[in-house]
Design a protein. Structure first.
Length: 522
């Protein structure tokens, strides 16, 4: 269907449906679409239909015809094109006709029964009853259709709710709307303690209650433990609950309790009761309330899954900054590890930029920052390739550990090969884009204290001990682009045939005894 919407001064004057193969637009009385515009000719332009397409032709008008602000003689029209004649705008709307097969069932949105266009949340805000809404005759005649409609509405509302509080509020509203309960409470199981924790209590007359209902523990415990739904038609006379003093004290006549269930998991309970009427609840009520409970449980499970995925993504993002991919996968697969403080045999690597202070004095801060980023990015990648973890960045220095947080039998050779690769990459620097730099590396192996260390506000996984101090200090002992290793590292890499040079004994600041060190030949 094609339509012309005539507008002037942003006001719609009229609409014209194009039904003829040729439509003339102009100021003349004989025009199909008459427009009262001084700049319009008597027969200003025409629209012709050619198959499924429409063409606009200017009829040699005095002031011209404009299509989307461009003067035209002839042009094809598209949906939402604007035709301008003087001060008048004609909006062309064309919705192609869709054909359907003879067996197709087609129903427009506005033909969908009114009840399926209702909204629980909107009705709840307006204080209206969904149960009292007008239904089609077909729906009223079928109990199953009515139940489907109720669950459809609740499912739609629960899915679109933004918080758990909103989910529970909508659920309780629906319960009071369709089931003859005086009071109700929704309780969820605390995963840490296993106990039921009240979330929402409501009274039909008083609304939401500040103090949660005191419910029969006899009933709710049976529901959770046996994974069953229970109706007590006359609680005062029910021998099964003779031990439940709350039933007697509160004069409960009828009670209905169902588990919040998803597959075989019970996440909590929904409990409702009636204080005046025995035999109040029916098997239909237990079915409906059980279905409500399942909808809520599914939403809770979805939220838990979403939170777990977010938590894993955050954990993975943080870990990927400091650990190699295989270590990240191991930590994530264990759901994050609470690294207890213990002793470990590891290798520590320190690499720093030589003469960093001098470089900083001679170059701009932006060039220094660019150089540091290149050094850290390149070194981190090499550390990961050799199964190491970046422990921290310290000014112009990077500290890496091998053999923690997970055991790694070949930590010494991995660290040494990593150091050699870093030196090779520094020596092979090319181009003038990055400020050229040199490094010194120290590698040392031995026992350390490793684990999560820090304050309550800030905690991190790190390693402490003499092995770490020695690695840091021997990194300053080497010369340009040299690797200096300690005695235990040397003994561990001996079988691998890596060439080294004995540097003899050296005295490190703060150490009483001299230590033996070696230079790795790159």
């Amino acid at each position: 269907m094609a339509v012309l919407i005539v507008k002037k001064n942003n006001q719609i004057i009229k609409e014209f449906q194009i039904t003829k193969p040729r439509v003339v637009i102009g100021r003349g009385v004989g025009a199909d679409v008459e427009i009262s515009d001084k700049l319009s000719s008597r027969n200003h332009c025409e629209i012709q239909k050619q198959g499924e397409h429409f063409i606009i032709n200017d009829l040699k008008s005095a002031d011209g015809t404009f299509l989307n602000n461009n003067k035209i003689t002839s042009a094809f029209l598209k949906n939402n094109d604007e035709i301008t004649i003087g001060q008048t705008i004609l909006l062309f709307e064309h919705t192609p006709q869709v054909t359907y097969a003879s067996g197709d069932i087609v129903r427009k949105i506005n033909e969908i029964p009114l009840e399926y266009r209702l909204n629980i949340k909107e009705m709840q805000k307006a204080g209206e009853s969904l149960a009292a809404a007008p239904f089609s005759l077909r729906l009223e005649e079928s109990k199953d259709s009515k139940k489907f409609f109720i669950l459809y509405q609740l499912g739609k509302a629960v899915t679109s709710a933004t918080t758990l509080e909103e989910v529970l509020d909508i659920t309780m509203y629906s319960i009071f709307d369709f089931i003859k309960a005086d009071r109700g409470i929704i309780m969820l199981i605390d995963k840490k303690t296993g106990s039921l924790v009240p979330q929402l209590s409501r009274d039909r007359v008083q609304g939401n209650l500040k103090e949660h209902l005191k419910v029969s523990q006899t009933i709710v415990n049976k529901v959770v433990q046996d994974k069953v739904s229970i109706i007590t038609t006359d609680a005062m006379a029910d021998e099964r609950f003779s031990a439940g003093m709350s039933i007697v004290q509160q004069h409960i006549r009828s009670a209905l309790c169902v588990p919040l269930w998803e597959k075989q998991d019970v996440l909590g309970v929904i409990y409702i009761d009636n204080l005046l009427q025995s035999h109040c609840f029916t098997s239909d009520d237990i079915d409906l309330l059980g279905a409500f409970a399942n909808q809520v449980a599914i939403r809770i499970k979805q939220d838990e899954l979403f939170n777990e995925l977010n938590k894993e993504a955050l954990l993975r993002g943080n870990l990927e900054r400091f650990h190699s991919p295989d270590v990240v996968e191991m930590i994530v697969s264990r759901g994050g590890v609470d690294f207890v403080v213990d002793e470990r045999d590891i290798t520590v690597l320190f690499a720093d930029i030589q003469n960093f202070t001098t470089l900083s004095e001679k170059n701009s801060p932006s060039r220094i920052a660019q150089m540091l980023n290149e050094f850290f990015e390149n070194s981190t990648q090499i550390i990961f390739e050799h199964k190491g973890s970046v422990n921290k960045y310290i000014g112009d220095e990077i500290m890496a550990i091998f053999g923690a947080p997970f055991d790694q039998p070949e930590h010494a050779i991995n660290a040494t090969r990593c150091a050699m690769k870093i030196i090779q990459s520094v020596i092979s620097q090319k181009g003038d884009d990055i400020l050229r730099y040199n490094v010194r590396i120290g590698v040392n192996s031995g026992m350390v204290v490793a684990g999560n260390i820090g304050s309550k506000k800030r905690i991190e996984y790190t390693v402490l001990g003499d092995t770490v101090n020695i690695a840091s200090r021997i990194s300053k002992f080497g010369e340009t682009n040299q690797i200096v290793i300690g005695e235990q590292t040397y003994q561990s890499i001996k079988p691998y045939g890596i060439p080294v040079k004995d540097l003899g004994l050296i005295q490190l600041k703060g150490k009483e005894k001299e230590i033996k060190v070696y230079q790795v030949i790159v």
